[in-house]
Design a protein around this ligand. Structure first.
Ligand SMILES: [Zn+2]
Ligand SMILES: [Zn+2]
Length: 209
């Protein structure tokens, strides 16, 4: 399966990488859209940022949305054909924050397309991606795949600007959260106003964490 692999600054290649087998709580997804983050550009233009350097071939990308093509045996909450936004963050599940249910504070988070650790965490600019169900957030029918790919940068924006979108962890797998992806593409003009809005449960919004 094709993937976009960076080897060094200016050295970007389309390469064939294997698609892993889908395990019990996993989904195989056909990636439809990906946003190009500033970090992707830094990897491409400078081979990294700060002290973070590309030391080995790495698939770029972490802002993606796609459609489910295969469902693991224990992933019946999803179905083939579901359109989803994908969280690039995979918490360790073992640290004290993960044990407290605060996975977004994980001390050992693995993040798609990141050279911050070695071996690097491979990214999501690929035709097929196998994800945990906990990373998958179904898109509302009113959202495009392109907007779904903006859910990840949106959550950072939401955290910075306290965009007044309220949700609880329970609702985070519902379309209600995916709708919040519009805060990036459609609410940019409202952000200044959003900063003066009452604090909201932004942390749980970022179960797209
Ligand atoms: Zn990003
Ligand atoms: Zn953890």
């Amino acid at each position: 399966m094709d993937a976009l692999v960076i080897h060094a600054a200016g050295d970007l290649r389309v390469e064939d990488v294997p698609t892993p087998q889908v395990l019990a709580n996993q989904l195989r997804v056909r990636v439809r859209f990906g946003g190009i983050c500033g970090s992707d550009l830094h990897y491409y233009q400078h081979g990294g940022f700060g002290t973070v350097r590309v030391k080995e071939p790495m698939v770029l990308g972490h802002e993606v949305a796609g459609v489910v093509e295969e469902v693991g045996p224990n992933a019946s909450a999803f179905a083939v054909g579901d359109r989803i936004a994908i969280s690039p963050s995979r918490p360790c599940g073992a640290c004290r924050f993960c044990q407290m249910g605060l996975q977004n504070h994980c001390l050992d988070m693995r993040y798609y397309g990141s050279a911050m650790r070695t071996p690097h965490v491979q990214g999501a600019f690929r035709r097929e991606l196998v994800v945990e169900t906990s990373q998958a957030h179904r898109l509302a029918d009113t959202l495009s795949d392109r907007e779904g790919a903006m859910a990840e940068p949106c959550r950072w924006r939401c955290m910075l600007f306290s965009v007044p979108v309220r949700c609880s962890a329970r609702r985070c797998s519902s379309p209600a959260v995916a709708r919040s992806a519009r805060c990036w593409s459609l609410r940019r003009g409202a952000q200044a106003r959003a900063t003066s809005s009452p604090p909201t449960s932004v942390r749980s919004l970022c179960a797209v964490r």
